[in-house]
Ligand binder design. Sequence first.
Ligand code: SF4
Ligand code: SF4
Length: 69
Amino acid sequence: MASVVSKFRKSKNVLQVSSSCGSCKICEKKCPLGLVPYEYKGDILSHPDCIQCGKCVAACAKKSIGYVK
Ligand code: SF4
Ligand code: SF4
């Protein structure tokens, strides 16, 4: 049951950029819309054009971008 709840929450797709971000800029290069995820370091990734594709999440070696739990 807990895993079902967890998946439901992930489906809301609220992304957050952790303060562990090292500003390597790889996420910016991977974003298909040219957004700059690291500009939201320490905050919610709230850009209105973000389509929640998750490419920046997958690209970040430091795992600094993730879904809000
Ligand atoms: S890929 Fe990760 S560590 Fe690099 S700038 Fe983006 S959020 Fe920061
Ligand atoms: S989720 Fe996709 S569209 Fe949104 S910032 Fe990351 S790479 Fe760009």
